[in-house]
Design a binder for this molecule. Structure first.
Ligand code: HEC
Ligand code: HEC
Ligand code: HEC
Ligand code: HEC
Ligand code: HEC
Ligand code: HEC
Ligand code: HEC
Length: 327
């Protein structure tokens, strides 16, 4: 009976092993074919030397589908050996992660939806970071005009056009969203990442947020809890002192009431960025923090003493050093 079962198991194991081997072989053959055809395609069509300047502008691109155009761009740009090029503000990576691009919210867009005018024909570097920053926002604007208009009025948007030192640090669309792997925003995963998006530049605020009720709730996966943008807005962010801010004296209560319908005036004075141990924290928050600290000390002290007594007892009873098994 048991033997039958064992040999059946053995058989099953051998079967899966041979199946695996077969699958690996098929995979290897497919891979070889794909690689061979890719090499062939590259050698015949795409790797035009920069000197053969085919001026006839990409009639073939229009004929070919957008999927095809993207594939051709990626023939070169998904090669890591393209490496980086130096421009006036630093290095630009010419490598695009093809899988991440196809998984992104823009996975179905052809590359030239943003890189207007680019074809697979040889192209030169523009080599100008300033130009890129300006054209980057414009590229997004073509399809996301609403967000662009809001952003333009916001503090970040105003700063970014100001040509000041702070302006260079102010985020443009791609600083918050990324470029070639832009994610959909509706998911819990994205919500959990928002504090890191803002935290890149507002690290101190991120820290004081994660310590609060909202920060903990969102980390624990409560989708309904507030993230930075539920209170501050995403594209219309203004300093709290600005009357138009979602958190100005006039607007803060309605902002909290979106999720706390019963909140009254006093509620919105609750500090939402708070270091419990800071002297600005409300007394109750401070008290809770101290209480927790004392509890932790007490629990560890109790545990420690208990363990020491246990070891002492064990030694006395000869649990550790022989005396024939301790009984
Ligand atoms: C949603 C708009 C958008 C799409 C679609 C897009 N790009 Fe870009 N790409 C940009 C922006 C914006 C920049 C400038 C980034 C910067 O300055 O940091 C850029 C920069 C680049 C660069 C220069 C290196 C770099 O990272 O700065 C390369 C190369 C590039 N893109 C290739 C591609 C290829 C290939 C595709 C298609 C697979 C593609 N892009 C699709 C927006 C886009
Ligand atoms: C034959 C290989 C090849 C193909 C195909 C190709 N590229 Fe490039 N691309 C390059 C190289 C090489 C550079 C760097 C050029 C340089 O250093 O002057 C570059 C640079 C770029 C840049 C940076 C330009 C800048 O001014 O900073 C962008 C953006 C870009 N390519 C987009 C695309 C798009 C979009 C496509 C498809 C329509 C595409 N490329 C197809 C090889 C290629
Ligand atoms: C300061 C960071 C930041 C900047 C700058 C920014 N965004 Fe966003 N964006 C976000 C966040 C965070 C969300 C998610 C909002 C939410 O969950 O309510 C978002 C959401 C979006 C959405 C989804 C629809 C929506 O409105 O919720 C689009 C489209 C978008 N942004 C495009 C853009 C464009 C285009 C720009 C530049 C003009 C831009 N964003 C600038 C942070 C930013
Ligand atoms: C050619 C049009 C086009 C351009 C240009 C474009 N997008 Fe998009 N974008 C789209 C489409 C289409 C979607 C998918 C919308 C959907 O699935 O509901 C999308 C989705 C998004 C999303 C996710 C929205 C959501 O609801 O989850 C963000 C964020 C976003 N784009 C930001 C940008 C940024 C930043 C740029 C500039 C670098 C940009 N887009 C350029 C067409 C475009
Ligand atoms: C690329 C960096 C960067 C990112 C990302 C960023 N910010 Fe900012 N933010 C700034 C800069 C720079 C200022 C101007 C600071 C100043 O005036 O001293 C600013 C100003 C602000 C202000 C006005 C109050 C103040 O401190 O001056 C608020 C509120 C704000 N950001 C919230 C956010 C939120 C929320 C996010 C995420 C959705 C975010 N920021 C993402 C750079 C950034
Ligand atoms: C529950 C609502 C809420 C959430 C969530 C929230 N904030 Fe705030 N934030 C406020 C309020 C209210 C103030 C003004 C009082 C203060 O400074 O504590 C403020 C102040 C700020 C300021 C200074 C603004 C100024 O004009 O001086 C920045 C920057 C900021 N928050 C960034 C963030 C970031 C980044 C996150 C996410 C990590 C975040 N906030 C999450 C409500 C919120
Ligand atoms: C996007 C929704 C949302 C917004 C906006 C929001 N909160 Fe919350 N908040 C929550 C959720 C969800 C909880 C967890 C409630 C629970 O567990 O019952 C919470 C919990 C709290 C708590 C602790 C628990 C309690 O109910 O006493 C406080 C305090 C709080 N929020 C204050 C604020 C303040 C002040 C604002 C406005 C500046 C605000 N919240 C804006 C969703 C939000």
């Amino acid at each position: 009976m048991g033997g039958d079962l064992n040999s059946a198991r053995q058989l099953a194991k051998e079967f899966t092993c041979s199946k695996r081997a077969a699958a690996a072989a098929v995979l290897a053959i497919v891979l070889a074919i794909v690689l061979a055809s890719a090499a062939l395609a590259a050698s015949t069509t795409t790797l035009l030397p920069a000197t053969t300047n085919t001026t006839a502008p990409s009639g073939s691109d229009q004929a070919a589908g957008s999927e095809d155009l993207t594939t051709r761009c990626l023939t070169c740009h998904s090669q890591e050996y393209l490496g980086t090029v130096q421009d006036d503000k630093g290095t630009q990576n010419l490598y695009i992660d093809s899988a991440a691009y196809h998984d992104s919210a823009h996975g179905l867009l052809p590359c030239n939806a943003c890189h207007t005018g680019f074809s697979h024909d040889p192209h030169k570097m523009v080599n100008n970071a300033e130009f890129f920053r300006q054209t980057a926002n414009e590229a997004c604007r073509n399809c996301h005009d609403d967000q662009f208009e809001m952003y333009k009025q916001s503090y970040h948007g105003t700063l970014s056009r100001g040509g000041t030192a702070a302006g260079e640090k102010a985020p443009i669309c791609i600083d918050c969203h990324g470029t070639h792997a832009i994610q959909k925003v509706g998911t819990l995963e994205y919500k959990q990442s928002i504090s890191d998006v803002c935290g890149k530049c507002h690290g101190g605020r991120e820290a004081t947020f994660l310590d609060t009720y909202h920060g903990k709730a969102i980390t624990l996966g409560r989708e309904s809890a507030a993230t930075c943008v539920d209170c501050h807005g995403a594209h219309s962010i203004l300093p709290v002192s600005n009357p138009q801010s979602t958190l100005s004296e006039a607007n803060i209560l309605p902002t909290c009431q979106k999720c706390h319908p019963d909140a009254s005036k006093g509620f919105s004075t609750f500090l939402v960025h708070v270091k419990p141990t800071s002297t600005k924290a409300p007394l109750i928050v401070f008290a809770v923090a101290v209480f927790y600290l004392l509890m932790i000390i007490a629990v560890f002290a109790f545990g420690g003493i208990h363990t020491l007594l246990y070891i002492y007892r064990g030694l006395k009873d000869g649990m550790y050093f022989g005396k024939g098994g301790g009984h």
